[in-house]
Design a protein around this ligand. Structure first.
Ligand SMILES: Cc1cc2nc3c(=O)[nH]c(=O)nc-3n(C[C@H](O)[C@H](O)[C@H](O)COP(=O)(O)OP(=O)(O)OC[C@H]3O[C@@H](n4cnc5c(N)ncnc54)[C@H](O)[C@@H]3O)c2cc1C
Length: 512
């Protein structure tokens, strides 16, 4: 049974416990920390790295296979990356950026497969078409204009579009069986999408690091961090099984603790997170392993969000491949739990409140009534209303063959807005992108954030390393180019290199 460290936080470690010293400490062993550790161990093989993880193994929180949807987010199907403005204009910029970030992921993962850091590609990645699907005249019109806009961009040149129900039926029969023949529908499709088991990938990276490249301490929950006069960071971790405390120190700390990050950055007293709050939103999916359904679906199909729904609640119908087994997943449905991590505590939300973040939190509750209404409705959703949403995508579904699955927790970051007339700005909820927080002296970095998350971990790690170690950029560049041939280049502006790398990474990752 886990020790409740909230009661022992004030205990100081026994003076006989030696302080473990590292060059870099990684807090948490999810996809972010493991990607950072694996990249850093290639760039600086002699640095000592300590990994402190509160659970018994790596990748068991948001990064675990069924705690997320496993979409390799490359903006091939997610409509929330291409919203239209009030005049109906659609900008491709965000979608191009996400796609270029995912190209970085593909290159790094290919490099790691070649080097034996990651195992056989089929153990963590599966090639799968990515589709967008919409209904009704206005949405069909939007999808057509989006397609015309994106297909001009080299990174989306392979996108296909149809408004023909028979073609959609061929692409994804589950969408069309049982659908009224007079319903207006449209879809786009890109063959070169992926489903990724981020849990398996995280554990493969952890296995590679553990031992010669990093020292892992499992079941150690970091409870506090403090900077001493020399600039080094002292951290305290509690053994969640015995309650024993471990003191450790490092010059650099990376907080990749997912939902636990905000609390630790607050405990470090970082002024950059003053006024920040977190609001936990859980996710649920319907999953079926019914052989007939699984056999008929081979794609990830993303739709448009329901009115008032935040981007992370965009419905999608996905083929998943986990541990070699296929399943079909639909969702997500939002749920509420006050925990900041799936295996966190009921007191997480209350414990995160500070004098400086209550107001921004209340502002969001007041200004984003659409979000609040959406969450309340989702939490109250009955089995029947969940099934109704499933029928929108799988009209002939038999709800009895779908089980409800609880996925990971997301902590939506709430930031105080920019000051207006000398008064603190109103709180704003960050719904998109991962925010990198770096201390002024560049000794602590932490990740707070939302989608696209795990898919773009390599790019986020490169950004982290570049901000924390600017003086190393030139020395590291040749090695980074070996690992990621497009390093520092915008692939959408270099179609030849894009094609070359797409082919090479497809081959190395066995994407078919
Ligand atoms: C419902 C849902 C669907 C999603 N779908 C997708 C998707 O389709 N594609 C995609 O790319 N991304 C998706 N994401 C996002 C993705 O899962 C996350 O961005 C990613 O897993 C975050 O990785 P991480 O390493 O930051 O956090 P985590 O995987 O949560 O890892 C954090 C680790 O830190 C540990 N920890 C926490 N606090 C402490 C502490 N105090 N001391 C020591 N250890 C600590 C935890 O135990 C955990 O192991 C989804 C997320 C959710 C919730």
């Amino acid at each position: 049974m886990d020790v409740d460290d909230s009661n022992i936080r004030s205990m100081s470690p026994s003076s006989s416990t030696p302080t473990e010293q590292f060059d870099v400490i990684l807090v948490g062993a999810g996809i972010m920390s493991m990607t950072l550790g694996a990249v850093l161990s290639e760039l600086e093989p002699h640095w000592s790295i300590g990994v402190f993880e509160s659970l018994d193994r790596a990748g068991r929180e948001s990064s675990d296979a069924w705690n997320n949807a496993g979409t390799g987010h490359a903006a091939l199907c997610e409509l929330n990356y291409t919203p239209q403005d009030a005049s109906g204009r659609i900008s491709p910029a965000k979608a191009i950026g996400i796609n270029e970030q995912f190209q970085v992921s593909r290159q790094l993962w290919s490099h790691w497969v070649e080097e034996g850091v990651l195992g056989a590609p089929r153990t963590f990645i599966t090639g799968l078409p990515h589709m967008s699907f919409v209904r009704g005249d206005a949405h069909v019109d939007y999808l057509r204009r989006r397609y015309e806009n994106l297909a001009r961009q080299p990174v989306f040149s392979a996108m296909r579009h149809t408004e023909d129900p028979c073609t959609i039926d061929r692409w994804a029969p589950l969408l069309m069986r049982g659908r009224a023949s007079d319903e207006t529908v449209a879809a786009t499709r890109v063959e070169d999408g992926t489903d990724v088991d981020f849990g398996a990938m995280t554990r493969q990276l952890a296995a590679h690091l553990d031992g010669a490249r990093a020292s892992f301490r499992h079941r150690r929950r970091v409870t506090a961090m403090e900077q001493d006069s020399s600039g080094c960071w002292s951290l305290r971790a509690v053994n969640t099984a015995t309650g024993e405390q471990t003191p450790m120190s490092a010059k650099y700390v990376f907080v990749g603790a997912g939902g636990g990050t905000l609390k630790l950055l607050q405990s470090a007293g970082l002024p950059q997170v003053r006024g920040y709050a977190g609001f936990p939103v859980g996710g649920q999916f319907l999953r079926t392993t019914d052989p007939e359904t699984v056999q008929e679906h081979h794609a990830k199909v993303y739709g448009l969000p329901r009115p008032g729904a935040p981007p992370m609640s965009v419905p999608h119908l996905d083929t998943r491949v986990v541990d070699g087994e296929r399943a079909v997943l639909f969702g997500p449905y939002a749920s509420f739990s006050p925990r900041f991590l799936a295996q966190g505590r009921r007191t997480d939300l209350i414990a995160s409140l500070r004098r400086d973040n209550i107001l921004p939190l209340l502002h969001v509750a007041q200004d984003r009534r659409d979000l609040v209404r959406f969450l309340v409705k989702e939490v109250a959703a009955s089995r029947r209303s969940r099934a109704d949403q499933l029928f929108d995508y799988v009209p002939a579904a038999d709800p009895e063959r779908w089980e409800l699955l609880t996925a990971g927790q997301r902590v939506q970051v709430i930031k105080p807005g920019p000051a207006v007339d000398g008064k603190p700005g109103r709180g704003q909820v960050k719904l998109f992108g991962t925010e990198l927080v770096v201390s002024r002296d560049r000794t602590v970095a932490g990740l707070l954030g939302a989608s696209p998350g795990a898919s773009t971990a390599p790019e986020i790690v490169l950004r982290t390393l570049s901000e924390v170690f600017p003086e190393k950029r030139a020395a590291w560049e040749p090695r980074l180019v070996e690992m990621i041939p497009s390093y520092g280049r915008a692939l959408n502006e270099d179609p030849r290199l894009l094609e070359e790398l797409a082919e090479a990474t497809s081959r190395r990752l066995d994407l078919g």
